[in-house]
Design a binder for this molecule. Sequence first.
Ligand code: ZN
Length: 133
Amino acid sequence: MPARKLPRLEPETAFFWTSGADGALRIQRCADCGTYQHPPFPRCARCHGAALSPEVVSGKGRLASYTVNHEPWLPGLPVPFVFGVVELAEQPQLYVFTNVLAPIEAVRVGMPLAVGFERHDDVWLPMFREDPA
Ligand SMILES: [Zn+2]
């Protein structure tokens, strides 16, 4: 199977793509106002502070919206697959865009999700599955 195209590890985003090494999802959080933000950015979008660092989050969320892709979008990714907008439990409108591993007929907006990781070399791709809890 051809290798899947992987995200590049940039200084600002490397923590996100390698976070799954210990099984935990990390999201950038502002130490001044407590706001989480994703994708990572050098300044807090709410208070413009620069005291930002990765923080472990629950890895739980819900599906805010999704698309079903039938095109072989990436080599190594079987089709059809679900590409979802996951709203993390920590904060309203804190979104992660990623694959949702579920049968297409079972996918619905609002479904509870939990993170898992798929390792490719130095990258742990966060992916979400239905959270039965
Ligand atoms: Zn802030």
